[in-house]
Design a protein around this ligand. Structure first.
Ligand SMILES: O=C(O)c1cc(C(=O)O)c2c(n1)C(=O)C(=O)c1cc(C(=O)O)[nH]c1-2
Length: 250
């Protein structure tokens, strides 16, 4: 890109990436929300996504350490609090464990990280490393997928409650606060990126960071689909639906 885009044009480019590349378009996501997955396939999703959830505050701590003002740090630290919680309020990580238990997985097994797909680990670690190693602008831009998450969370939650008899509102409590938090966080990140991408190369870096992050999310669903839907090639050491240690005794 050689031309400088207006802020409105850069925002339009970012929204177009979300429209085409966000994981809301992934076949596994569509099967999940349409009730076309079996219980073990939903369990595999919950188990693997725990690793993503557990690493979000770690990647946000990398960003926090690089923010140069009290105001920016105060804003960003909310993300870590949302996931880690406080003495009085459950955070997202604890709520995700409850979700995993709610679909019948054993909490210690989920927290151990054993049995997740290698591609889950590789893509989540790639996200954390990207945020650690790239510029602050790219690190912040890589969170912009959250511009698109309120919509997919709404569709997914509604669909799961409608279609699966083993899913209750309590199980999905993780998602209750996410749309509001995601809107607050992504509005802030978008404003930051639009204001701080002051050269064409920086604008391109923002676009590339969002594209990369869409790939991080997409790869996780590709891996689930490959292992648990079609062709069911289970990698060595991955959780198998009948693995006794992973599911609660009835
Ligand atoms: O349910 C979803 O589809 C979804 C998507 C995303 C996202 O777009 O990265 C996040 C979340 N959920 C989420 O719960 C969350 O805490 C979160 C943090 C981040 C981030 O990159 O900082 N993305 C997401």
């Amino acid at each position: 890109m050689t031309e400088m885009l207006s802020k409105a044009d850069l925002e339009a480019r970012l929204r177009e990436i979300g429209r085409t590349r966000y994981h809301s378009n992934h076949p596994f996501q569509i099967m999940l929300q349409e009730g076309r997955l079996s219980k073990p396939q939903v369990q595999a999703w919950a188990l693997n996504r725990y690793y993503y959830q557990s690493m979000i505050p770690v990647k946000d701590a990398h960003i926090l350490a690089r923010l140069g003002s009290v105001e920016l740090r105060r804003e960003w630290r909310e993300r870590i609090i949302d996931h880690d919680g406080t003495e009085t309020e459950r955070g997202g990580i604890v709520k995700w464990i409850a979700l995993a238990e709610g679909v019948g997985l054993d909490r210690d097994y989920v927290m151990s990280g054993k049995g997740i797909l290698p591609a889950t680990r590789f893509s989540v670690d790639a996200y954390v490393n990207f945020v650690r190693d790239r510029t602050l602008l790219e690190a912040i831009a890589s969170s912009l997928t959250e511009l698109f998450s309120p919509n997919v969370i709404g569709v997914r939650t509604k669909g799961m409650l409608e279609h699966y008899d083993f899913i209750t509102p309590e199980t999905l409590a993780y998602f209750d606060k996410r749309p509001v938090q995601a809107k607050r966080d992504s509005d802030f990140a978008l404003t930051y990126c639009l204001e701080n991408a002051r050269r064409p190369e920086e604008q391109q870096a923002v676009i590339d960071a969002l594209t990369f992050k869409c790939q991080v999310l997409w790869t996780q669903l590709d891996a689930l689909h490959h292992a648990y839907v079609e062709p069911r090639h289970l990698p060595f050491d991955a959780w198998a639906p009948d693995a006794a240690q992973a599911t609660k005794a009835a």
